[in-house]
Design a protein around this ligand. Sequence first.
Ligand code: GDP
Ligand code: MN
Length: 338
Amino acid sequence: GRPSQNVPPEYYTRLNSSLELAHRPRANATFVILARNSDLDSTVRSVREVEDRFNTRHHYPFVLLNDEPFSDEFKRRLSAVASGPVSYGLVPKEHWVQPDWIDEDRATKGREQLVSENVIYGGSVSYRNMCRFNSGFFFKHPLVQNYRWYWRIEPDVHFHCDVNFDPFLYMQDRNKVYGFTITMYEFDKTIPTLWGHVKDFMKLHPEHIANDNALGFMSDDGGETYNRCHFWSNFEIADLEFWRGPAYQDFFKYLDAQGGFYYERWGDAPVHSIAAGLFASKDQLQFFEEIGYEHNPYTHCPKDPQMWERGKCGCDPARSFDYDGYSCMRQWDRFMGL
Ligand code: GDP
Ligand code: MN
């Protein structure tokens, strides 16, 4: 077990009276979902589940973002399942498309290389746009701008347990920055030069490196090499101010200028994770054991029988990804001293 990060009983909501409901504190928080019009069915299913398992008791808002205008049908069906206000935003071109200064010949060669190595999305430009947007821009969107906290949702994900506490308030109370449910190794072929640039950045900006950071989770040799452990960013509950702050802003600008989002295929997951690991203290990172979550092909399911029962979890704890060979949970436990 990993008792030290478990959410304590006082965070569990009691729904005894309408008075309590009306006076329940709320965080300045929203769900954020990036989706295409073609993701309609799967996005509705994800929102339906997050509502049933959590939001029907809170009515937090949803921000839906797309690089194309959402269709009327998309808005109608999505708004029908949400219990909080929903807003639909267009991603500005300058936050989405491949910048002019990217050397297209080099980018094409990079894509061909990854296709030849059978790397997933290796040949896709739109996937690269998406990863760069999620790394550097989503928190600047006008519809997201006024929020402090967000919970990232994707089409086709599953929430397997009742979330009977408010993770936003928990993060806020505990001064947390980044919450995750699944951690694993990144494909080395997508980020061949990333860690070299990270090391250069650390030398350039030592002032951004947090005391008591989580470098030891990501590197087994004191920072020389990256062990490729990262948080799976299709689920994130995190502090938007962290991404907007000087450390991450300098970091993203530095990485973006290297062109690796296009010459290689840097994901927002390793970029966010490395930043959270370096610019926050390790106590500001939160593993949400309680939140049963699935994004194909992996599921996190609470192992602790009491937690599993209390959450009315529909997942099989024996199949939880946590101790799969490809999971980084062992590194996390060791690093956190659990
Ligand atoms: P995977 O989880 O890495 O396999 O990638 P996904 O296909 O799930 O994409 C990640 C997220 O970005 C999902 O929320 C998608 O709906 C969204 N997404 C991916 N590509 C695009 C795109 O071209 N346009 C828009 N609007 N959303 C996209
Ligand atoms: Mn996905």
